[in-house]
Design a protein around this ligand. Structure first.
Ligand code: PLP
Length: 417
């Protein structure tokens, strides 16, 4: 017996509520009614009508953009966005080295090359490294608002302008987050969002592209929404109207039941975000100053969506205690939702980025940047763990128990060495 109060060493756990502690999306009767009603109305919508139109109108007005096209996944939305932006064979798009792989992978299906650029110590795109990666083939740069913390869009907009690159956004973590009171996803020429299960706005499975650019909008339709929708929306005298029946050959429509769920969720998004905002502030205040744990810096111009609360772990402040051992102790305290990001990791570590040719004919292996070229992405990934951010008043106690669990493990870290 060590006599340590740490649960890992036999003490009482800090979190006693039974898990799981976080589920998303929150399903209420309005969601059940909306999906049930849609089931009676239509389960296939070939054009822009019904719930598809309702959701796209609601998203366009929420974001303040001219056009929204829903898709079956966020990955499909990224694919359609890149295709519609005219990204093609040999083109390069600069992607942050630390993101979810689907920010970049659709580029492989357009014959284009994701060019990774390192991030800074906060996980934002490092614009000096980005500038070094620009070549004559660079067409665009994509901003990812990781964990719902908006990128510095002033810096990115002027960077893109200065280098004459198209600015695109992957808003998959960041529905409703703002930078200088302007919605993320409205800074670039176009943006793609996921509506996947845990994302701040969820359809279960789904996604969408948002843009003010009507030509790009037509091309998004031609990429993944062929036939009726293209025939009805692309003006007959448009030079691409003759392709309406086949489009570009892909069909990436959202399912109406998924659209009904997202539409019902969207009416509550601002409430969810306001609740998260409050609880995130409370969690950050509780963790500020806890040795070994660094809360994210949130600039005054930024209102995050708090897809998660990413925390930086500094082992040196806890006698060199490895993050894994720290997390083992946190889990033993009952804070089971604390985790290290898994698939959102330095992209160069994925075999697909090291050896795309094995799966994708036409891609030479070993051309794209290998592991080790992105020291900051590696460092940020290796030292980041995250907590869920709850939104309901009744979850405040759980949030407090989680931050208490981290503080407890930090204060008894020497027992674990
Ligand atoms: C989830 C996610 C995607 C992919 O979206 P899916 O709906 O899962 O296809 C792309 N980029 C980021 C940053 C994501 O988090």
């Amino acid at each position: 017996m060590t006599g340590s109060p740490l649960a890992l060493l036999g003490g009482e756990p800090a979190v006693t509520a039974p898990g799981p502690h976080f589920t998303w999306p929150p399903i209420e009767d309005t969601d059940r009614r909306a999906v049930a009603a849609q089931l009676e109305m239509a389960v296939s919508i070939p054009d822009r009508s019904g719930i598809t139109a309702d959701l796209e109108d609601a998203l366009a007005s929420y974001l303040g953009v001219r056009h929204v096209v829903t898709t079956c996944t966020g990955t499909a939305a990224l694919h359609s966005m890149y295709a519609a932006a005219g990204i093609g064979p040999g083109d390069e798009v600069i992607v942050p080295a630390l993101t979810f792989h689907a920010t970049a992978t659709p580029l492989f299906h357009l014959g284009a090359h994701p060019v990774l650029a390192d991030v800074d110590d906060r996980g934002r795109l490092d614009l000096d490294d980005t500038a070094r990666r620009i070549t004559a083939r660079t067409k665009a740069v994509i901003a990812v608002h990781l964990w719902g913390l908006p990128e510095d869009m002033d810096a990115l907009m002027s960077f893109a302008g200065e280098h004459e690159l198209m600015l695109l956004e992957d808003g998959s973590h960041t529905h409703g987050a703002t930078w200088n009171r302007r919605m993320t996803g409205t800074f670039g020429t176009a943006s793609a969002f996921s509506l996947n299960g845990p994302k701040p706005l969820s359809a279960g499975e789904g996604g969408f592209v948002a843009t003010d650019d009507t030509e790009l909008y037509y091309r998004v339709l031609l990429h993944g929404q062929y036939n009726k929708r293209c025939r009805r929306e692309i003006p007959a005298d448009h030079p691409l109207a003759c392709f309406a029946v086949t489009g570009m050959g892909l069909k990436l429509r959202i399912h109406p039941l998924a659209a009904a769920l997202a539409h019902a969720q969207l009416t509550r998004l601002d409430g969810h975000l306001a609740g998260r905002q409050e609880i995130a502030a409370r969690m950050c205040a509780a963790l500020d100053g806890v040795p070994g744990i660094h809360v994210p810096h949130v600039p005054i111009s930024s209102r995050p969506s708090w897809y998660a609360l990413p925390l930086r772990y500094e082992p040196a402040e806890l006698g060199g205690l490895p993050l894994q051992r720290f997390l083992d102790a946190v889990h033993a305290e009952g804070a089971t939702e604390a985790d290290q990001p898994g698939s959102t990791c330095p992209l160069g570590t994925h075999p697909l980025f090291q050896a795309p040719g094995a799966l994708l004919p036409g891609y030479a292996d070993g051309q794209d940047p290998a592991v080790g070229d992105f020291p900051a992405a590696e460092y940020v990934h290796a030292t980041t763990f995250k907590l869920p951010v709850w939104h309901r008043e009744e979850d405040v106690r759980l949030a407090d128990a989680y931050t208490a669990a981290l503080a407890k493990v930090a204060s008894y870290a020497k027992d674990l060495l």
